[in-house]
Design a protein around this ligand. Sequence first.
Ligand SMILES: [Ca+2]
Length: 273
Amino acid sequence: MKRLLILALLCTACAENDPSTTVDEDEVNYTFEDGFETSGNELSELFPNDDSRWTNIQQVDPDNGNNEINLESSTVLAGSSSLRIYAEASNNILSKADIEKGGFSAPEGSTIKITANFYIASTANIENLLLIDLECCSCWDPEVPDNQCPGIRLMMKENDFLSIERGKILGSTIVQSAVAFPRNVWVNVVWELALSSDNNGMNKLYINGQEVISESGMNMPNADLFRAEFAKNGIDFELQVPLYYERFQIGATANPTQDDIELFIDDVKLEIK
Ligand SMILES: [Ca+2]
């Protein structure tokens, strides 16, 4: 579906461009930014039909719970509104509340940089809270049921050390202990990745401008690792090519904690080069 969409977008671009201009598929230069400003203070304005802003809402309420996603005007970094996320504690249902931007293509070899500002309005233990997921769904073998949309995530580890979690691509978590995530204040996060399915990848994380992670290593699914992992259960898994990340989610992409969490997000930017 997503690949069809991308193909459709490419074809639209072809039709509208000067016919003499050829599209270089290796050239990646994409920027998306959103400060959650609207004209009518309606959340739906963030999700226009042309997908020029956000493309989806993901909200999974815990049993008897009621998560919330809305525009906020009192806790704002810039402009007159931010995005408010309220994700209740998980019970037998994993609680989620986030928004998604899809429809881009960040292939292996490109650099993707996600900048976002978070305000976590809580002093509760938020270990294992997930703030950003970067994913490919088109890379999943269509003949193996339940597409897991593999990718990497920003996850809070113990003592508020934001970390790069790679479990969905069969990798270890890249942890740091340089900066504990401040609470009840705006925090600038920059996550920069030179994308690779092997050890040539580069993983960087900055908190309020301070580099807290700079470590080489894979940050995309690796065909050999997936093949070997599924082979343990007798499943023939073929990672699909071309390999590219195509969507990211931001918010409480999962709140596995025992506490309700309220957070705010403002001025999000995605750059692919
Ligand atoms: Ca704003």
